[in-house]
Design a protein around this ligand. Structure first.
Ligand code: AMP
Length: 378
């Protein structure tokens, strides 16, 4: 057990690390963060902020030597960095879990080989292989880079064979997977946590709406049958156990029109669709991560009330800093800003959450709050 008062090292310095650090602080831990940049969302909450390359293994060793346990908030940290840190201190989740989940080919292969349901996919390393994959899977389908992709980055939809060449060029001719397009009814996720003794806890089903491949709104509890809920939770648990996972994770699913479930992605960390737990659950996903990483017992994941979360993207800053009093006029709306200096198109700058008697009511409150911001900034 790593007791309160100890120091947790975090690789990555974005909003996930920030909310993790807030929870770590509440429990009395110290936090050091490591990423290539400074003045970061996580750095603002940390005792120390180290700005160095992830590949600078000398600095990584130094960092690991100064903390009691290490975790990460960003899955594109090179797994070599994590493995180097692991020579000095415990690291949760492990580097090999990161290695698998940071690459779509490895992730999908892991899921498939362990019997978890995924959309049909093919490995693509050349245009010829892409044409062959289109023959096998048909169209429409989605070409995705194997590495370093998130929020729809490095993705192209292929509607016919003519799209192959521009799509492959569009993703830079990199190693990729071609995935059958899923005509889903909805997207849902299960945020869960697994402790060092194998204890598993989860937040049930969250329903997620994406706009331009980026999460827009999540609400919980999601509207699914109890059978589907149990099945999704069982899959999330199975994945956590197959990895012998320690920490918070998220499994994202497509719900097919026939009620089938397909795993889209695993996030080996707290997830955007779990942000509503920050306000609406007895123990939020970030505190759960602190507890799991430090070997403490996990807390209750009970949702206090139905809740929703809406992301605030950089686009809202087009005319300068939005007038936050507009969203705060509704006393049920909670505002979270990540302290990012520069607002860019599509960049996650903050989120708002609300609790209500139903998840739909919570979504309605947030939509109105965000709309008031748009009207003001349009
Ligand atoms: P990803 O980065 O793979 O999670 O993709 C981001 C979003 O793109 C997903 O949440 C879906 O909305 C959409 N998407 C990704 N893959 C597929 C697919 N095979 N079929 C349909 N939509 C997809």
């Amino acid at each position: 057990m790593i007791p309160p008062g100890s120091t947790i090292g975090v690789f990555g310095s974005g909003q996930l690390g920030r909310m993790f650090a807030i929870e770590a602080r509440k429990l009395g831990y110290r936090v050091h963060t490591y990423s290539p940049v400074s003045d970061t969302p996580t750095g603002h909450i940390s005792d120390f902020e180290i700005a160095a390359d992830y590949e600078d293994l000398g600095r990584v060793r130094e960092f690991a030597g100064e903390v009691d346990v290490v975790t990460f908030e960003f899955e594109n940290v090179p797994s070599k960095t994590i493995e180097t840190a692991a020579e000095f201190v415990p690291v949760h989740p492990r580097g090999d879990v990161l290695h698998t989940t940071q690459n779509r080919l490895r992730e999908k292969t892991f899921l498939d080989e362990n019997g978890f349901p995924v959309a049909p996919f093919r490995h693509v390393t050349s245009l010829d292989e892409l044409y062959q994959a289109i023959e096998d899977l048909g169209t429409p389908s989605v070409l995705k880079t194997a590495g370093f992709g998130y929020d729809g980055k490095g993705q192209a939809k292929i509607r016919s064979a003519e799209d192959c060449e521009p799509a492959f060029e569009g993703i830079g001719g990199k190693e990729a997977i071609l995935e059958a397009f899923v005509d889903f009814e909805k997207e849902v996720s299960v945020v869960a946590a697994r402790a060092q003794d194998g204890y598993f806890s989860h937040y049930g089903i969250t329903e997620n709406d994406h706009v331009n491949h980026i999460l827009d709104i999540s609400f919980s509890p999601g509207e699914v049958t109890s059978k589907l809920r149990d099945e999704a939770v069982m899959i999330a648990r199975g994945i956590a156990e197959a990895f012998d996972y320690v920490g918070t994770l998220c499994v994202e699913f497509f719900v097919e029109r026939n009620g089938g479930l397909l795993v889209n992605e695993i996030a080996p960390r707290p997830h955007n669709s779990g942000h509503l737990t920050f306000d609406a659950s007895v123990t939020c996903q970030f505190e759960q991560q602190v507890r799991a990483v430090c070997g403490l017992p996990l807390g209750s994941t009970e949702l206090i009330k139905p809740a929703a979360m809406a992301n605030l993207l950089g686009d809202l800053w087009k005319k300068g800093e939005p007038d936050w009093t507009r969203v705060l006029e509704d006393p049920d709306v909670k505002l979270h800003l990540y302290g990012k200096a520069e607002a860019r198109h599509g960049r996650k700058m903050g989120h708002i959450t609300a609790m209500a008697d139903s998840p739909h009511e919570a979504v309605r409150i947030l939509a109105a709050a965000r709309e008031s911001l748009v009207l003001k900034t349009a």
